[in-house]
Design a protein. Structure first.
Length: 250
């Protein structure tokens, strides 16, 4: 199991919901944090909370739908000299629920892809090569289990694109100590999931983070957070490493 003490993790969408749970859990394991949100004020309190746990942390801001802001955020991290060891591409938006899905506006797809897919790809493409050079890295991309709901076509399609990107890239990381995997928090009571979701957001722990701790050099796994609820981190890692890793190889 990976010891994350002293390593640096970038968490997008860290200010609330699943991102907040991820940040607190990783800090409890001794991991230093880069906390992303759309505004620095959104993570100000969280930054103090995790520092109180004895780790280093700082905040960055970017509107993920704006490619130039994503690049500027990455430039800032690089300028600080931070070597990012772990990435949680957590941030996402669900634009709307279109009952008349035949008339879904193209803007739904454009915004969904910019925020949910292109920003994550940009982060991966900037940071993973450096991880390979240093000989260590973990990337956890957050997907969704939504299916058979054309009412949410923009969101679902953007997540499907992220799945394909992650699986394809996984095939190129074999033999390295850089791993990329997918996670799904399940339907949780968050600002995104809404008040009627069946799961409390706390149930994502430890499963949402387990991809940062697996250590068998296998990428392309789908790690559903709800499958690990109630487990210790050690138990979750052991279970995750029994799951088949299925990157696309052709």
């Amino acid at each position: 199991m990976v010891d994350v003490q002293g390593k640096w993790a970038l968490i997008t969408g860290a200010s609330r919901g699943v991102g907040y749970q991820t940040a607190k859990f990783m800090a409890e394991q001794g991991c230093n944090l880069i906390l992303h949100s759309r505004s620095l004020e959104h993570t100000a309190n969280l930054e103090q909370e995790v520092k109180a746990l004895g780790v280093e942390a700082y905040s960055v801001q970017a509107e993920l739908g704006n490619h130039q802001e994503v690049l500027a955020m990455l430039d800032e991290i690089e300028a600080k000299g931070t070597q990012v060891d772990i990435v949680f591409n957590n941030a996402a938006v669900q634009i709307a629920y279109r009952t008349n899905y035949w008339n879904t506006p193209v803007e739904d797809f454009e915004a969904s892809f910019r925020i949910n897919f292109i920003s994550a790809v940009t982060i991966c493409n900037r940071l993973i090569p450096k991880m390979i050079e240093r000989g260590f890295g973990r990337v956890i991309n957050t997907t969704s289990g939504i299916k058979n709901e054309p009412e949410q076509a923009g969101y679902a399609a953007s997540k499907a694109a992220l799945d394909k990107f992650t699986k394809d890239l996984a095939s190129r990381l074999e033999g390295t100590n850089v791993m990329i995997n997918l996670t799904d928090p399940g339907w949780c009571r968050t600002d995104l999931g809404g008040p009627n979701a069946p799961n409390a957001v706390e149930t994502v722990i430890p499963g949402i983070c387990v991809g940062a701790f697996v250590d068998d050099k296998k990428s392309g796994r789908f790690l559903h957070a709800q499958a690990f609820t109630g487990m210790s981190l050690e138990e979750a890692v052991a279970k995750a490493e029994t799951m088949e890793a299925t990157p696309y190889t052709i």
